[in-house]
Design a protein around this ligand. Structure first.
Ligand code: CUA
Length: 341
């Protein structure tokens, strides 16, 4: 009986080893799906460095993993039932000192030095003359262009190929700015400013996400970086600088009145109107934005109607209460908000 169980032990250990290794590989591969923006698909010099560091760490880990797996398999296959004989054989100290202390010390020191070098390289480049201030709120991003006098939300427009300095802070709790394809994570801390920078090497819309748990709607705190060629960026700037357009359409004009007379105006600003609230996002050019509620919904008329009537069903806990508007007021308001390009 005793003999049989000792003989079956290596086989069952081997089975466990295969299960663990196979499971680990399956998890790795499952994580490779390209359903969300990945730091391994860099579109800017900052993210390039991060991706290169990631691959370096990956290959070092892969080699260490392979060596350790081989050693474990060798140990399992060469194992005998007689434990005393194993102890008597001896000679393992050198392997433990070299493989367990010296090699890890060299590898970890090298990785640390490379990491420090990359961290230094990620400081804002000299001569960066574009600045954007980003303030975190529960759960949206206030975006200001101090030199251009622009206030927006949840979307940062940048010219392709130029570095943009970001000054980050928070109004309430700690958030973290992370656009994986462009840059590293940087925290937004109340009462403190952090600085980082982004640069996009090709035009596109890059999705970012709050990367520090900040409460109920942390997951629905997305930000978009829209990188455009210089002329498209210049015309966006020119449009954003203007106050909200005077309304010609009578429906939209009624919508403007509805916005000014209802509680909307207490929380939102539309420059050039009586709406001057600062609790929620500035809506002066809301019609040109791609999403509603910091990426919670695409900015379509239907989504916007649902959001205004009761955004709590979409993003529970956000600060906007349900709006008791008449159907006519709602339609007018939608027409007005859509006109705010
Ligand atoms: Cu903001 Cu998480």
């Amino acid at each position: 009986m005793g003999e049989r169980s000792s003989a079956s032990r290596p086989t069952s250990s081997l089975r466990w080893a295969v299960l663990v290794v196979g499971g680990g590989l399956a998890i790795q591969l499952a994580g490779c799906g390209r359903t969300s923006p990945s730091a391994l698909d860099p579109h800017g010099p900052g993210a390039d460095r991060v991706a290169r560091l990631w691959w370096l760490l990956f290959w070092i880990s892969a080699v260490v993993f392979a060596v350790v797996t081989v050693l474990v398999l060798v140990a399992l296959l060469r194992r005998r039932g007689d434990r005393d004989m194993l102890v008597r054989r001896g000679g393992g100290e050198a392997l433990i000192v070299v493989g367990g202390v010296i090699v890890p010390a060299i590898v970890l020191t090298a990785v640390y030095v490379v990491g420090l070098r990359d961290l230094r390289a990620l400081t804002v480049p000299e001569g960066t003359d574009l600045t954007v201030e980003v303030t975190g709120h529960d759960w949206w991003w206030e975006v200001r262009y101090p030199d251009q006098g622009i206030i927006s939300a949840n979307e940062i427009h940048v010219p392709v190929g130029r570095p943009v300095k970001l000054i980050l802070t928070s109004q309430d709790v700690i958030h973290s700015f992370w656009v994986p394809q462009l840059t590293v994570k940087t925290d937004l801390i109340p009462g403190h400013t952090n600085t980082t920078w982004i640069q996009a090497s090709s035009p596109g819309t890059y999705r970012g996400q709050c990367a520090e748990y900040c409460g109920l709607q942390h997951a629905k705190m997305a930000i978009l970086v829209v990188a455009e060629p210089a002329d498209a960026y210049a015309s966006w700037l020119a449009a954003e600088r203007r106050p909200a357009v005077a309304v010609g359409d009578p429906m939209a004009a009624r919508g403007r009145l509805a916005l000014e007379r209802n509680s909307c105006a207490a929380c939102h600003t539309v420059s050039g109107t009586a709406a001057t609230g600062t609790i929620g996002p500035d809506l002066t050019h809301f019609g040109g934005r791609r999403t509603i509620g910091a990426g919670a919904l695409a900015n379509t008329r239907g989504n916007l109607g649902g959001w205004i009537v009761n955004s709590q069903t979409v993003k529970p806990g956000n600060k906007m209460p349900p709006q008791p508007l008449t159907p006519e007021e709602l339609q007018a308001l939608l027409a007005y908000l859509e006109s705010l390009k």
